[in-house]
Design a protein around this ligand. Structure first.
Ligand code: UDP
Length: 248
């Protein structure tokens, strides 16, 4: 049985999901970069976000008003099949970030926001070396809410084209959404561990798991820090099953 492609924006647990491929995502982001300066937010939806957002109204809102919501991985693809009976392509955060840096190179000013002190510096150096991008700014991701405004103004004054906000699911999306008008950055993306991966302090999942879309097996299985997350994935499966029943 072939599953039909999703025709347009879907709704999963009241959260939007855009059925866009990686290439279509990159085309969309380039359109924003080429248009007069205006802020846009991108969310790469994953199962943990769905579970977590159910107890965080601000997180739900940040996803609902995002300009683009892509399927980060196979969990969301599975949920779309179960709940909407359609096929959605994947556009993972790391691939989006890397793809845009490759496409725009020296034409892209990037602000690296997130990870532990010192890590974003290494990520920025590596990205400048590997993709030729221009480093617009750097800030670690460990600051408290009262400091948000200062950091948002730093991003604004950097006149970055792309803001990588890698401060963990929820925090990064709500930060991008709350400060979007101040930061006024054409592409702001919440992108989890991407700064760690660019810095080489975390490894990207092996190519075979990425091809099959099952990098979570590797992430959860081999990374001890992530073992506590397995219950959230089980909870996601239960949520999807219950929702499917509810939808009839
Ligand atoms: N992080 C951060 N500030 C925080 C919490 C996390 O900058 O207050 C960074 C962390 O160092 C890592 C990234 O966010 O580089 C992703 O963290 P984690 O894997 O915990 O979050 P996930 O995105 O998987 O939820």
């Amino acid at each position: 049985m072939t599953i039909p492609q999703a025709p347009g924006r879907l709704s999963l647990f009241d959260l939007p999901l855009d059925p866009v491929s990686l290439e279509a995502t990159l085309d969309r982001l380039e359109g924003w970069l080429d248009a007069p300066r205006a802020p846009h937010t991108v969310v790469t939806l994953n199962p943990e976000f769905i579970v977590q957002s159910r107890t965080q109204p601000d997180f739900v809102n940040a996803i609902q008003v995002a300009d683009l919501v892509t399927a980060d991985g196979v969990g969301i693809v599975w949920a779309a099949r179960q709940l909407a009976g359609v096929e959605v392509p994947r556009a993972p955060g790391f691939d989006i970030v890397q793809g845009l840096m490759k496409r725009r190179g020296a034409g892209l000013r990037v602000f690296f926001l997130g990870a532990k002190p010192g890590v974003a510096e290494v990520a920025a150096q590596n990205a400048a070396r590997d993709y030729g991008i221009v480093v617009a700014g750097i800030h670690h991701g460990y600051f408290d809410l009262p400091e948000d405004q200062r950091v948002a103004e730093l991003v604004q004054s950097s006149r970055a084209d792309l803001l990588l906000t890698a401060m963990g699911g929820g925090r990064q999306e709500t930060f991008n959404q709350y400060w979007r008008q101040v930061m006024n950055t054409p592409v702001m993306i919440g992108c989890g561990g991407v700064i760690d991966v660019l810095a080489g302090t975390a490894d990207l999942a092996p190519a075979w798991t990425r091809r099959l879309g099952v990098e979570w097996i590797w992430r959860v299985g081999l990374d001890r820090k992530r073992w506590n997350r397995a219950p959230r994935l089980a909870q996601f499966v239960r949520l999807v099953r219950a929702e499917k029943k509810r939808l009839g």
